[in-house]
Design a protein around this ligand. Structure first.
Ligand code: M6R
Length: 635
């Protein structure tokens, strides 16, 4: 939700930037371009130039802001902040776009999050004579900050070295809710101050310049050195310094790290969309997630987990917490973890977990799954579980993000940056990482023989090449997708691990193509949803391997017949060599042979390709579907 970027660079004696030829505006627009996946309802920038704040903001995508700046150019500057918005308080209008100004237009503020006590603060500020131009909670924060700043400056007559930092500390203490705030003031060129509570913020460390971003992609073109911040911290950046304090001004330190991917990894690489690139990245995403996590004898070596093995041995229950696609990855993993480790495993949507008085104790292992590592629902659920004494492992794709930072241990997926709002490669990488965790637990607890683990790892190692084969042969599913561009409803059926795959297939179609789609457990159909089937209703069926448990395969084949008998247009994903389905299918897409538990790593891919191609055929933006944002940092 909302992308944020901040920049300060140092001017040389000749007025150019000693760090290079960077202008604040260029850095901000490039950062916003990379962060736009976080929200695209409006965009805006503010810079400090010639002792004043200059700003432009526009509703709609970043392109509208760029056009506005072309029409009304901004002056050169080495200090600025930029924002791309996912609307919460107030609709996506020009007036509600960030930045919001205060202190007679000399202070500019941008914000990600929700200020929960904004109504009380607004009333208080209004009673002091302040007026508001927007419906946003952000403007209330800006006016509060401006009010405090003015009071500091007037009271100490210029002795306070960093009045904006001081004002931000005081203002932050008055705010409730979640916020990353960035502020710049006309009287303090070369300074950007930020506050962070329960909302993402990373510092980018440069030479004679420094950066702020919602995530590292906000400054990846300029530096790969980053500084992680804690909750409730203020950071003040100037071209030469980065100062971190708590909300009371006590000095604090961030953790520096190097980003392990570069700007090229966050580009489309010749594909028409990030989504297509990321679907095609999947062999690499799975391979990278497996890399270096087992030795030549087939022993899992997850040293990075850093949880006492004795503790893991004593676990008597696992709860997987996640949302959306990540929750479907968890549902897939449940089948494998229970089968391999014999530990009861529940999968719970993070936002439901806290509110049902869950039974959690020291012997519960919480496994959170999050691509972004910033999903507020999951973060809050993890915090709650830790308070109850549970141990928490985070499966995450984003180094330095909040959920792994607040967990006892982390198992990173190495899918690389996922830019398209709808998740694809992260899903396969999450399943892979959860399988590694399951096998590791089975190894520790002696549930599987070492030879069994070695065989499963060998099977997993073959998966990237199998995914690549599906991608090479994507022509048939894409052709079908184009032919079905006018379809109004699609159902997806699966059993066992095919069930969450069916739900993920439906989610992709909803998100990308805005088509009504539902995923069902194939066995549940006859309990009601079969009433939806009418002549021509498209139904995807994910068929398990016939080499697995016979009964599972046979039951799904029966389910295909049941819907076909009622007029459904059946589209079947089956394993190569499975001749039994062809007679009941209008279309069959074959995937390479694999074991039942690993099949989701393959069966998901045609469903992703289908949704992406169909949405493209309808002329939709597959990277930035309407109403969505990549990183959901509000509850
Ligand atoms: O970053 P996270 O994995 O925590 O995000 C969870 C969901 O918001 C995310 O998977 C969402 O459902 C995507 N739109 C799926 O494509």
């Amino acid at each position: 939700m909302c992308g944020i970027v901040g920049y300060v660079g140092r001017a040389s004696a000749t007025g150019t930037n000693v760090a290079g030829d960077h202008q604040a505006l260029d850095v901000l627009l490039e950062g916003l371009r990379r962060l736009e996946y976080r929200g695209y309802d409006s965009a805006g920038v503010a810079i400090v130039a010639d002792g004043a704040i200059e700003f432009r903001k526009k509703s709609g995508k970043l392109a509208n802001l760029v056009a506005e700046i072309e029409a009304r150019p901004l002056p050169d500057s080495l200090t600025g902040i930029g924002h791309t918005r996912w609307a919460t308080h107030g609709g996506p209008t020009d007036a509600n776009a960030h930045p919001h100004l205060a202190d007679d237009g000399r202070l500019a503020v941008i914000h990600n999050g929700i200020i929960e006590n904004f109504a009380t603060l607004k009333a208080e500020l209004a009673s002091k004579g302040h007026t508001f131009l927007s419906d946003t909670d952000t403007e209330v924060a800006a006016v509060l900050l401006g009010d405090i700043y003015r009071a500091i400056v007037e009271a100490d007559a210029g002795t306070e070295a960093q009045p904006l930092s001081k004002a931000m500390q005081l203002a932050s203490r008055r705010l409730e809710g979640a916020f990353t705030l960035l502020a710049t003031h006309a009287d303090q060129p070369g300074v950007v101050v930020a506050a962070r509570r329960n909302s993402p913020l990373v510092v980018g460390l440069g030479e004679h310049e420094n950066f702020l971003g919602s995530d590292v992609s906000g400054f990846i073109d300029y530096t790969r050195r980053a500084l992680e911040l804690d909750q409730d911290q203020i950071v003040t950046i100037t071209p030469e310094t980065v100062e971190v304090t708590d909300f009371h001004g006590a000095p604090a330190e961030g953790r520096e790290y190097t980003v392990d991917w570069d700007a090229a990894a966050a580009e489309k690489g010749g594909y028409p969309s990030f989504m297509e690139k990321e679907i095609n990245d999947q062999p690499e995403a799975v391979a990278q997630t497996l890399l270096g996590r087992s030795d030549s004898r087939g022993r899992l070596t997850l040293d990075e987990l850093r949880i006492d093995p004795e503790l893991l041995k004593s676990v008597n229950k696992i709860i997987v917490l996640a949302c959306g696609t990540s929750a479907y990855a968890g549902q897939v993993a449940k089948y494998a973890i229970e089968h391999w480790c014999r530990i009861p495993t529940e999968v719970e949507l993070s936002h439901e977990f806290r509110y049902r008085d869950p039974i959690v104790d020291e012997q519960t292992l919480i496994v959170s799954i999050s691509q972004s590592g910033e999903t507020m629902d999951t973060l809050m659920a993890v915090r709650y579980a830790r308070e109850q004494g549970a141990k928490t492992v985070s499966i995450c794709n984003t180094n330095g993000s909040t959920i792994p930072r607040e967990s006892d241990a982390v198992l990173y997926t190495h899918a690389g940056p996922e830019i398209a709002v709808a998740s694809t490669k992260a899903f396969l990488a999450q399943i892979t990482a959860a399988y590694l965790l399951g096998l590791y637990l089975a190894q520790l607890r002696g549930n599987l023989f070492q030879g069994q683990i070695k065989d499963i790892l060998a099977d997993l190692a073959k998966t990237p090449a199998k995914i690549a084969r599906i991608l090479e042969n994507s022509g048939q599913i894409k052709e079908l997708a184009r032919a079905m561009a006018d379809t109004r409803s699609v159902l997806f059926l699966g059993r066992h691990v095919g069930y969450p795959v069916a739900m993920e297939g439906a989610l992709k179609l909803k998100e990308l193509a805005y088509i009504h789609a539902e995923g069902f457990a194939a066995g549940e159909l006859k309990h009601g949803p079969i009433a939806l089937i009418e002549e021509g209703q498209p139904v995807f069926v994910v068929v398990p391997s016939p080499r697995g448990r016979d009964s599972l395969h046979a039951k799904v084949v029966s389910n295909i017949q049941e819907v076909r008998a009622r007029g459904a247009n059946t589209i079947v994903i089956a394993e190569e060599g499975d001749d039994s389905v062809a007679a009941y299918a209008e279309h069959v897409f074959y995937i390479p042979e694999t074991s039942v538990l690993l099949a989701p790593l393959l069966t998901t891919v045609p469903l992703q390709l289908f949704a992406c191609e169909l949405a493209t055929a309808k002329g939709y933006d597959v990277d930035q579907p309407r109403n969505l944002a990549k990183s959901v940092t509000v509850e």
